[in-house]
Design a protein around this ligand. Structure first.
Ligand code: 16C
Length: 253
């Protein structure tokens, strides 16, 4: 088996781990910052609102690279009764994944880089008649405090990376993903004593961003139809799952 030390030694120079930091720490930092900038950008030219359901709004920009659909997608939502930390916790943690993910055959952690960063290998459900997709990505969770008064921003980023424990094995096709879940918690009519905050006082404003390249040709119309149906379905199911899981638990700020 290959352990972390041997992998660091066989990687290219910039990925070799430096003291106190794992080998992908710079990559993680760069991608996190890119998402924080990108999520604040205005939704203007080229973005189509493709689905609206209650407070959920799904936007997409149609983009093809060499004939492959790579449409960027952004979803904004607002969920009553949960915090950003709770949303990110259930999205990041391995142990809950198969309870809300309906588009996977399997998921596993193949390496832990630090307390907040792991590498997942996932097998996605096959979409007939295209080849089955798998994915290998680092997954990082982070809390960013904005100011003393405001609730912190929580985020999770999932970003494709190669790994010696996850070689590409045809007929599977490796998809390329860059996904972020970015959450803010709003406290409505805050009681004088923070200890008195109830679930009815809290709301999570969520942004979900996905850049997915299917990694090989798939008929454009099929990808766009599946995406239009599956992303809202995912967010609906995932957010109800978090509401359900946290209902009778103390609030995790
Ligand atoms: O973000 C989500 N899940 C995370 C944890 O699993 C993680 C996943 C990243 C990969 C997202 C790409 C999924 C494409 C899978 C292709 C197979 C779809 C199977 C549909 C079954 C009916 O960040 C939540 C992800 C929610 C995914 C919704 C599905 C989007 C489909 C996009 C169209 C790609 C078509 C490719 C055809 C082979």
């Amino acid at each position: 088996t290959i352990n972390e030390a041997t992998f660091a030694a066989t990687s290219n120079g910039e990925n070799i781990s430096v003291k106190g930091k794992h080998r992908l720490a710079n990559d993680v930092e760069r991608v996190v910052q890119e998402h924080l900038t990108y999520v604040r950008e205005e939704m203007c030219d080229g973005w189509d609102l493709i689905h609206e359901e209650g407070k959920m709004k799904v936007y997409r920009r149609e983009v093809e690279e060499n004939g492959i659909v790579v449409d960027p997608l952004k979803i904004f939502h607002s969920i009553q009764g949960v915090t950003g930390h709770e949303i990110c916790h259930y999205f990041w943690e391995y142990q809950y994944r198969m309870e809300w993910e309906t588009t996977l055959d399997s998921t596993k952690i193949i390496e832990a880089l630090d307390q907040d960063t792991v590498i997942f290998f996932q097998m996605h459900k096959r979409v007939w008649p295209t080849a089955q997709r798998d994915s290998c990505f680092w997954s990082h969770i982070r809390c960013i405090s904005n100011s003393e008064e405001d609730q912190p921003t929580w985020l999770v980023v999932n970003y494709t990376t190669p790994h010696p424990l996850a070689p590409i094995k045809p007929p599977q096709v490796r998809l390329i993903a860059n996904v972020a879940m970015i959450c803010e918690t709003i406290i409505n009519e805050p009681p004088l004593n923070p200890k008195d905050i109830k679930r009815e006082n809290i709301q999570c404003k969520l942004a979900y961003v996905a850049f997915v390249n299917p990694g090989g040709w798939v008929p454009s119309a099929a990808v766009r139809n599946v995406a239009k149906r599956e992303y809202p379905r995912f967010l609906r199911r995932f957010t109800s799952y978090v509401i359900e899981q946290t209902r009778d638990k103390p609030i995790l700020f």
